[in-house]
Design a protein around this ligand. Sequence first.
Ligand code: NAP
Length: 248
Amino acid sequence: MGKRLESRVALITGAGQGIGRAIALRFADEGAKVVVVDIAEASANAVADEIKAAGNEALAAVCDVTQRDQVGALVERVLSAYGQIDILGNNAGITRDARLIKMTEEDFDRVIDVNLKGAFNLAQAVAGPMIERGYGRIISTASVVALYGNFGQTNYVATKAGVIGMTRVWARELGPKGITANAVAPGFIATDMIKTVPEKVIEGMIERTPVRRLGAPEDIAAAYLFLASEEASFVNGIVLSVDGGLVI
Ligand code: NAP
């Protein structure tokens, strides 16, 4: 098989580490020009350098997805560098966990801002250029917790359920324009995000996962690649669980 994303331009948020980094590296390997977007400059640069060192094309971009002026400037910059945006990976996300009784308004608002409004900001900013070209793939990182709820995550679960809802709206609105929108729902993936989760909880999750392991960022990147590829052109509005069977 030839490279699956040859001549595509992909913009991935939260790509400085973890799942986003794995998506960026995989997409670059498959021939895409990758815009490595992160709020942290050093990590965005490091991933873009890694891609270039492998002989592929990348652009590092610092952008806080909650800031609409930064998102607008980012899209302008990518369009002037590459002329098009084919794939958006809405992947930046944070947690600020606390039980309902203890959750602060500030923590609720910040998680909504990054995970939900950030995804909206990016999708809205790329939709115009995608509609103009009659082609696009919008893929967003949801979570299994959107499907079953999770202790201590009122804010986070609300955003991930919201991302699934927005994906279905985009699938309907943009499908006729040649653009598909899909979500990936990871189970527990070994990244910095779950470093705050107690060891006992992780062990319990592995026990409840039929394939008996945590996921790797590369497991999620593989699902992203499928949804971004030509093979998925008739896949629209779905939530692809990549969780080892945790939620069946
Ligand atoms: P991660 O290692 O913490 O990576 C998230 C990245 O997003 C970080 O580089 C982070 O930068 C960046 N980011 C945070 N706020 C941002 C903002 N406002 N603008 C732009 N970038 C921002 O987490 P991960 O595990 O790879 O998570 C990636 C996605 O998968 C998230 O949407 C997460 O909710 C989802 N997910 C993860 C799991 C899991 O088990 N790990 C499971 C289900 C879903 P800083 O580090 O500088 O803040």
